[in-house]
Design a protein around this ligand. Structure first.
Ligand SMILES: Nc1ncnc2c1ncn2[C@@H]1O[C@H](COP(=O)(O)OP(=O)(O)OP(=O)(O)O)[C@@H](O)[C@H]1O
Ligand SMILES: [Mg+2]
Length: 366
């Protein structure tokens, strides 16, 4: 089993003066990161991704539970592995009027890294040509890439990127995916967090989804996608009721979608021409037809029963210490085209839970 990043019964409760504490992470058992692979750490806004990452980097103390990085306790001895971990958490600070190259040279000097490494990392993130432009003149995508270059300076074995696709346009996100794959190709373990499940699934080998600070599912991308249900066909037609009745009578169960004139057929996309033929034979002509593939977003909706992310857990809602996490699979009333909820049976890769670690002293908000 990977020992790169492990969490055991991790709990993080933020105290708030005069208000109920926020239970950001609740009893999380996780194993993240494999050399040469990309692990997507996914969940809606407020689900606890950044909190978990900050615990893993020793930036905040867990309320209870244990986090280890390369076998070292992240809370007490992160320094022992700091050279092996590169990370970007939220917006990294750079000097706006210095060039990209100068910013990296300063970072390298502070970390005692040879200046020549700056040229190597500029090359990796494809900023070599623009290295002498000021940071302020960079696009958001270039700023993100420069930040990644900074995190790569020490040639880490583990790279943690918190929301690297945030704010990027589709082209920028695509570039980011290529870069992430390239870096993983150098043998590094990458953990990339995102609330944009659809954007990140294309780059992941492994996936962990959390929701309300609780583990929803973890496993290989293929394992997790299985929870989305089979591929199906989505079609558009004026006389939707007649089309649904005809297909269903012909052994191809069809159901309306919330969008007017749209319906879906519970058959794999290879049967598209059959769907078309049966309808045409009955004088029904489609104006649109496409395959809808199993997506992480659909898997998430099926596993949580959510139609949209709910608000974060307050302490009163949280699992009792040491108790089971709240079930993530409440059945949805759901839109008519929601696939039935599937219990989260993907084999979790998390280790068996050890006895809870003694609580750390409470901290205030940070
Ligand atoms: N310093 C803090 N003090 C109080 N509450 C906090 C603090 N930091 C985070 N929280 C709360 O903890 C919960 C989890 O937040 P966190 O930032 O970890 O989520 P996230 O998954 O990273 O969200 P996003 O996708 O928006 O970045 C949220 O309800 C958030 O409001
Ligand atoms: Mg975050």
């Amino acid at each position: 089993m990977s020992d790169i990043l492990q969490m055991q019964r991790l709990v993080k409760r933020y105290q708030r003066r005069g208000r109920d504490p926020v239970m950001a992470v609740s009893d999380l058992d996780l194993v993240l990161g494999r050399a040469g692979s990309v692990h997507g750490f996914l969940g809606p806004n407020g689900s606890g991704k950044t909190t978990t990452i900050r615990c893993a980097l020793g930036l905040i103390r867990p309320t209870t539970g244990a986090v280890s990085v390369f076998g070292h306790d992240a809370t007490t001895s992160f320094h022992a592995v700091a050279d092996r971990v590169g990370a970007i958490v939220e917006n990294p600070k750079m000097f706006p009027h210095f060039t990209g190259r100068k910013n990296l040279q300063l970072l390298a000097r502070m970390a005692g890294i040879d200046k020549r490494r700056v040229e190597e990392v500029l090359e990796v993130v494809d900023l070599h040509e623009r290295g002498d432009d000021t940071f302020t003149s960079y696009s958001l995508g270039m700023k993100q890439r420069l930040a990644i270059a900074g995190a790569l300076l020490k040639d880490p074995d583990l790279l943690i990127l918190d929301e690297p696709a945030n704010g990027l346009d589709p082209a920028g996100i695509a570039e980011m995916r290529v870069l992430i794959r390239e870096i993983a190709g150098q043998g590094k373990a990458i953990v990339v967090s995102s609330h944009q499940l659809g954007e990140i699934e294309q780059v992941c080998d492994d996936v962990t989804i959390i929701h309300n600070g609780v583990l929803v599912v973890t496993g290989t991308l293929a394992d997790v996608q299985r929870h989305a249900g089979p591929d199906r066909i989505v079609a558009t037609i004026d006389d939707r009721d007649a089309a649904i009745a005809t297909l269903t009578a012909n052994g191809m169960p069809a159901f309306p979608r919330p969008t007017a004139r749209e319906f879906f057929v519970e058959v794999p996309s290879e049967r598209s021409s059959e769907v078309n033929r049966v309808l045409a034979t009955n004088g029904l002509y489609l104006s649109g037809l496409r395959a809808e593939n199993a997506s992480l977003e659909q898997a998430f909706l099926n596993l949580t029963g959510a139609s949209q992310p709910p608000p974060p857990l307050l302490e009163a809602d949280a699992a009792p210490p040491g108790g089971a996490a709240p079930p993530p699979t409440a059945p949805p009333p759901g839109p008519p085209d929601a696939a039935p909820p599937v219990p989260p049976t993907a084999p979790p890769v998390a280790p068996p839970a050890p006895p809870a670690a003694p609580p750390h002293p409470q901290e205030g908000d940070r």
